[in-house]
Design a protein around this ligand. Sequence first.
Ligand code: CP
Ligand code: NVA
Length: 305
Amino acid sequence: MAKHFLHISDYSKEELLDILHLAKELKIKFRNREDYTPFKNCSLAMIFAKPSARTRVSFETGFEWMGGSALFLGPNDIGIGKREAIKDISRLFSRYNDMIMARLFDHKHILELAQYSSIPVINGLTDYNHPCQIMADIFSIWESKNRIDDLKICYVGDGNNIVHSWLNLASKISIKFVCICPEDYTPEEQTVELARKGGCSEIEISHDPHTAVQNADVVYTDVWASMGQKEEVEEREKLFKDFQVNEKLMESAGKETLFMHCLPAERGREVTDEVIESDTSIVFSQAENRLHIQNSIMATLAGKG
Ligand code: CP
Ligand code: NVA
């Protein structure tokens, strides 16, 4: 078992399934507000270099339900890597806290934070990946479809951090993953290779949304310009216009196809209101499941599952 939760691909299929099964148990306990306090007298330091709604609220709510206390440190609080070296923050927090969750820009920074930390570090999103999100997503698909293997998951949009985490997952769990994106916005080649080398999944990169989504179990999208790229919104709006998830695209996919989005959504850009509000949209289950899967990840890392 890895000491930190930085990439889904650091875990074996069995370990990932254990996290999913524990999340299922914890979801029932949380919904019933049962006592489950493995983190009594413990604290979680949450470092945010970027904004957040879901990640902050789900980690804070989850850790406090599990008996601990969570500290929110926003972009202007500790100045990680600016006011103070990352490796110094790691060693400092290792003495105060029991776990760190961090949302940072540069992926190298979370690797460094973990390298010098003697307590578990959880990746709450970097420019490279977003592992807690995709664990919540596969959990949500499992709930809706009653299976996780051999699903056709079509991601439509920018080949970004969400795609890298899907590819990390595909290196361990058997899926057919299709990334449908403009030619200049493909995911990182090394990560595509990692997914293919895992040997259990089929990976396709396509630039033709209507053909590629046919018979999809899931159509997934995310914003066209991620945090840190918002000055490119207008330029990307033109380049990505044929990659919008609208009712026509969902019809090409199939009647039973689930719609997913990590949120926040820019309605009218990557997805229309009709699709996000449709009966096959599970976006709020995904968001809810962030809490349960993260509780499971934290309990697992602390050996308290
Ligand atoms: N999906 C997600 O991580 O949302 P936030 O950016 O609001 O945390
Ligand atoms: N790709 C998006 C995901 C937000 C949860 C971003 O990085 O901004």
